[in-house]
Structures are given as structure tokens and as C-alpha cells.
Design a protein around this ligand. Structure first.
Ligand code: HEC
Length: 188
């Protein structure tokens, strides 16, 4: 009995220490907190805009501020963060080859009714790339990414701001894209 509790307590002490020294665990923590900060910032502002000023103003807000707010999170956390997608509204957010491969693999999982991972980390040289899926998990997303009548005021406003928009026609549960956080790894 005594021996077991000794063993247990030594596990309890060594496990968290080990986790702290594991660089991938560290990157997972950083990626989680930076991506959560971005989600909270964008969705908080978006909700406020929709409820206070309506959907058209909210669209104007995303158009004017999504990039700036994303850069702000990079500046305040010191980790480069971005949102990327296979079907872009803003071409600036188009996934590169490596990111597209991950998004395609996730899309395949969804098509096969598999659950997506909460995140993936790919290490390359001295950089860990943290990838977090962004799924349409809120009806509010569909207001601007669902089936939008091109003749409606909103449809026209989207077309004016983004003439080559490909980010409509989504439904609940669809993969919209992902958040990428670049985490430089000092020691490995
Ligand atoms: C008020 C309209 C509006 C709503 C509601 C909205 N979006 Fe967007 N979304 C936009 C606009 C505008 C952009 C382009 C922003 C830019 O210029 O960077 C965008 C871009 C994105 C992008 C970046 C990829 C791309 O296509 O440029 C993702 C990912 C995204 N939205 C996900 C979501 C999710 C998830 C929700 C629901 C929580 C949501 N959006 C709700 C208007 C909206």
C-alpha cells in the first residue's frame, strides 16, 4: 500500500515536469492560447457589431479590421498567427501548399465522418507550426458564409468588397479553414 502511493506520488511529480520539457507540449500550449486569443477577439467584435449595428456593418467591420486584429494578436503575443482557407474570401488568407495538404486531409476525415483533431503540430527546422481547425459551429457564421442571395444588399456588398469571393455556400459543421500559429523553437 505504502509502496503504491509512493509510486503514484512520484509519477505525479515527474509527469508535469516531463510535459514542460517536451517542446511539442510547449508549442501546443502556446498555439492553443494564441489561437484562442484570436478567436475571442474576432468573434467578440463580430458579435458586438452584428447586435449593435447589423449584418452589413459587421461585414464592413470584418473587411476593414479582420487583418488588423489578426496582426494585433501577432504583435501582442509575439507569435505570428493567421487564418487560412482553401476557399478564400480575402485572397490574402489562401492556404499555401503545405497548409492546403492539411486542410484537404481534414476535409477527407469529415467526408468519412471522422472526428477532426483539436490541433496538429508540424515541426520544420526551428519552427513548430500549430494548426487548429475552424469549423462552422455557429449559425451566425452562415449569415456571411452560408447561402447568400447575390441580389440582396449583403450579397452585393460582399461582391463589391471581394469580387472573387469563394467563401459562401457553407453549412453547419463544414470546415471553413484553420488558424496557423508559427512557434520558433529555441532548444530541441
Ligand atoms: C458579418 C459577416 C461575417 C460573419 C458573420 C462571419 N464572417 Fe468570416 N469573413 C467575413 C469577411 C468579410 C471575411 C474576409 C476578412 C478579410 O478581409 O480578411 C471573412 C473571412 C473569414 C475567414 C478567413 C478566410 C477567408 O475566406 O478569407 C475565416 C476562416 C472565417 N471568415 C470564418 C468565419 C467563421 C467560423 C464565422 C462564424 C463564427 C464567420 N467567419 C462569420 C465575414 C463574416
Amino acid at each position: 500500500m505504502k509502496f503504491t502511493s509512493l509510486l503514484l506520488s512520484s509519477f505525479m511529480i515527474t509527469l508535469p515536469l516531463h510535459a514542460q520539457n517536451d517542446p511539442t507540449q510547449e508549442s501546443a500550449k502556446i498555439g492553443e492560447s494564441v489561437s484562442t486569443a484570436l478567436i475571442q477577439k474576432l468573434s467578440g467584435e463580430l458579435k458586438a457589431q452584428i447586435s449593435q449595428n447589423g449584418i452589413l456593418a459587421a461585414l464592413g467591420f470584418c473587411n476593414a479590421s479582420a487583418q488588423t486584429l489578426t496582426a494585433e494578436i501577432s504583435n501582442t503575443t509575439n507569435y505570428r498567427v493567421k487564418r487560412v482557407t482553401l476557399l478564400d474570401r480575402n485572397p490574402h488568407n489562401l492556404a499555401n501548399t503545405e497548409e492546403s495538404a492539411i486542410l484537404n486531409a481534414w476535409q477527407k476525415k469529415l467526408n468519412e465522418s471522422q472526428v477532426l483533431p483539436a490541433y496538429e503540430i508540424h515541426s520544420k527546422g526551428n519552427m513548430d507550426h500549430y494548426y487548429r481547425p475552424l469549423v462552422i459551429n455557429n449559425e451566425a457564421c452562415l449569415k456571411c458564409h452560408g447561402n447568400i442571395d447575390p441580389q440582396s444588399e449583403l450579397g452585393k456588398a460582399i461582391k463589391t468588397a471581394y469580387p472573387n469571393d469563394r467563401a459562401t455556400g457553407y453549412k453547419m459543421g463544414d470546415l471553413r479553414g484553420m488558424i496557423v500559429v508559427d512557434i520558433p523553437v529555441i532548444k530541441r
